[in-house]
Design a protein around this ligand. Structure first.
Ligand code: GDP
Ligand code: IMO
Ligand code: MG
Length: 428
């Protein structure tokens, strides 16, 4: 039963979309298991076409894979339909999509609340994507969410929405001074979505179990990343779901025993969007180099990504937490031309050395990185396809990451295209 998890090892945008696309032709199913349209996965297909996917699994761009949105995802139906239409217009066969009836819907009040709560937090804001993710997961946990399956029963849809809005409208109006949301308008809008989405709604669990029984490959594509995990990340500066490997089982309905491989994707440096601690963040010319050469601007919101050196404490934490079998290090090409390429191997916190993540949020906020300075390289590595094609210093950099993380680096990305990789060990 080969289920493979692919997830982010840092704070997101590691290049998960590219790696999923790379594996697309070797897998039978690609399943999104968490998050929503806060994700932005960029894929550049061999014909040079660029896609930015938010809800659709990146496997959509591999013609043979079935594509599934699992129960753990929160779905904004408007965004999903726009994405379906956009892909169809570019010749992608979207009839392969199935969505779990248990996936929760993002409703207009979720988007409204995401925006006003952020504004009220002021300086303490999370820096969310404003897509309604937190409020939608909040309602799920509070057992007042509305699910994809509710679109199939207009009576239930209305009942649930009326109940939700009775409370949310009070909050919007009385606490945040916003206009109340009209039930009838939302019902009319969502029934239109229902008509179009009904053919895609399915019992995806059974589909995936049957596929696994047949010995087919199921790839569970993560969105967000380990350090944005609600339980294991830099809380409260996280997203409201569990992008880690455990979350893949929950969000797709697949048993842990079915998982044979966990692939973690990490950049050769670090980026973060939104607020929250980031010990290796750079505010100098090196940070500018990473942002400029790495084109570090968000796929979803267009925000500038914060940039910094590779943090091996975070990487090792992600490897142990997720049981990572294979690391993919992307964007090594972006480091070309730097005299030194430091790796953060520990933190100094209030006079004490830490080799692992400290226990408290306060301590992590005080962390000063301890660096090991490796020599850089100047050679263009974008055409490298085997390890021998890489300059010695680049090989040494990768070997050091491997050593600290105690996890093999199987693939190294040297460019955004599907083929632009050094494959040390095939992933499948
Ligand atoms: P995701 O959210 O993890 O799928 O990552 P994003 O798509 O948001 O951001 C990763 C960016 O890096 C995209 O623009 C990719 O095209 C690009 N990318 C991925 N791998 C590489 C690589 O090895 N080298 C370079 N230069 N760019 C890459
Ligand atoms: P992909 O899948 C990077 C960040 C936001 C914010 C925090 C909470 O492309 O890697 P949310 O809207 O989820 O409530 O925002 O999480 N964030 C991401 N950062 N990549 C992402 O997804 C992200 N999804 C959410 O910037 O700091
Ligand atoms: Mg992204």
């Amino acid at each position: 039963m080969p289920a493979i998890v692919l997830l982010g090892a840092q704070w997101g945008d590691e290049g998960k979309g590219k790696v999923t696309d790379l594996l697309g032709e070797q897998v039978d199913y690609v399943v999104r298991y968490s998050g929503g349209n806060n994700a932005g996965h960029t894929v550049i297909t061999p014909d040079g076409q660029k896609y930015a996917l938010h809800l659709m699994p990146s496997g959509a761009l591999s013609p043979s894979a079935m594509i599934v949105i699992g129960n753990g995802v929160v779905v904004d139906p408007k965004v999903l339909l726009e994405e379906i239409d956009g892909l169809a217009a570019r010749g992608v066969d979207v009839s392969r999509l199935r969505i779990s009836g248990d996936a929760h819907l993002i409703m207009p009040h979720h988007r409204a609340l995401d925006k006003v709560t952020e504004r009220y937090l002021g300086k303490a804001k999370i820096g969310t994507t404003g897509r309604g993710i937190g409020p939608a997961y909040g309602d799920k946990v509070a057992r007042m969410g509305i699910r994809l399956q509710d679109l199939l029963d207009p009576g239930i849809l209305r009942k649930k929405l009326e109940l939700a809005l009775r409370e949310k409208n009070q909050t919007l109006f009385k606490v945040y001074n916003r206009t109340a949301i009209d039930v009838d308008t939302v019902i009319a809008e969502y029934l239109e979505y229902a008509e179009r989405l009904t053919p895609y709604i399915a019992e995806t669990r059974v589909m995936l179990w049957d596929a696994l029984d047949r010995g087919e490959n199921v790839l569970l594509e993560g969105a967000q990343a380990t350090m944005l995990d609600m339980d294991h990340g830099t809380y409260p500066f996280v997203t409201s779901s569990n992008p880690t490997a455990g979350g893949a089982c929950i969000g797709a309905g697949i048993p842990p025993t079915a998982i044979t491989k966990v692939i973690a994707v990490s950049k050769a440096y670090t980026t973060r969007v939104g607020s929250g601690p980031f010990p290796t963040e750079l505010f100098d010319a090196n940070g500018e180099h990473l942002r400029k050469i790495g084109h570090e601007y968000g796929t979803t919101t267009g925000r500038e990504r914060r940039c910094g050196w590779f943090d091996a404490v975070v990487a090792r934490y992600a490897c142990r937490l997720n049981g990572v079998t294979d690391l993919v290090i992307t964007k090594l090409d972006v480091l070309t031309g730097l005299e030194k390429v430091p790796i953060c191997v520990g933190y100094e916190i209030d006079g004490k050395r830490y080799d692992d993540m400290p226990m408290t949020q306060t301590a992590f906020h005080h962390a000063t990185p301890i660096y090991e300075e490796l020599d850089g390289w100047w050679e263009d590595i974008t055409k490298a396809r085997t390890e021998d094609d890489l300059p010695e210093n680049a090989r040494r950099y990768i070997a050091r990451i491997e050593e600290i993380c105690r996890t093999r680096v199987s693939v190294v990305g040297v460019g955004p295209g599907r083929e632009e990789n050094v494959v040390r060990t095939p992933l499948i």
